[in-house]
Design a protein. Sequence first.
Length: 302
Amino acid sequence: MRISDRPIAAQLKELGVELVPCASMVEKTYLGIGGTTDILELRKHETIPDVIHLLKQEGIPYRLLGGGSNLLVADGELSFVALHLPTSQPGMRVEGNVAYVDAAADLGGTVTFCAKHDLGGMEGLIGVPGSIGGALRMNAGAYGTQIGTHVREVEMYRAATGKIEKLEGADIRFDYRHTSFAPDDLMLRVKLELPSKPFKEILAGIKVCNEKRRSSQPLNQKSAGCIFKNPQGGSAGRMIDELGLKGHHVGDATVSDRHANFFVNKGSASCSEMLQLIDDVRERVRKAYGVDLENEVIVWKN
Ligand code: EPU
């Protein structure tokens, strides 16, 4: 969607928004799939309510783009613009056992930054790609760690009120890859409380998780991590593997040889090919196991 040549562009600029015209989602997502749209870089947190109010007034649909690590975007010209928070440096600070981190900060970078301040508890999240904002929204987790456990407060643009608000950690529900945030709530900053641990000990934990991940996941290929959530008490990856579907593909959209719940883009897969592969695998699992797998990957359809 192009708005850079419309009168609203000047109003957005006054609100401190930087417009990136015709950005390609191929470059903004880990899957390397998706069409084009204008991206609005939200440089001033305090003007976000006005920016969103303006977009609504003008009838311009929008989506919130985080790190792009868990996202499958439609092909072609998109029918919405994407809002994005630019990264500020360093975007995080520590006070005692508490870390204040900007939503745009890198999740892995946050884990190591906290480790250097002898704050642990997030070792399992080390190789999880993406931003802190995305991790909060999805309650990112791995190797027994979930970010929600450590959240004490979230500063956010709250869609329900149209205002920037602070929510206590206790008032937010963090479930398996799901939270009580509304889809159009925009995370701005988080306060994490973390246990004290010597840097060396944290580093040892990080190494173990890195090795586990390297040996079981296709880290050097274009993917969105796991495509499906695990069904209760089961493993989507194991079921897909048992059905002999590793290597199964639609065009360049391929079930990874390394981990069957990772679908990789081997070259120039389109969104429709990836969606076909997802539907096909879901159907085969349903037929064989009677289990309806739920997407873990976020899909932006047009
Ligand atoms: N397995 C297979 N074949 C495969 C993949 C897995 O047989 O191709 C088996 C494994 O041998 C193991 C079981 O399935 O016995 C579970 O596999 P794994 O330990 O790799 O964990 P997972 O349940 O597939 C989850 C998360 C990952 C996270 C890992 C490590 C989900 C959907 N996936 O994977 O998160 O990194 O545990 O904690 O919850 C993600 O969220 O995108 C993601 C990749």
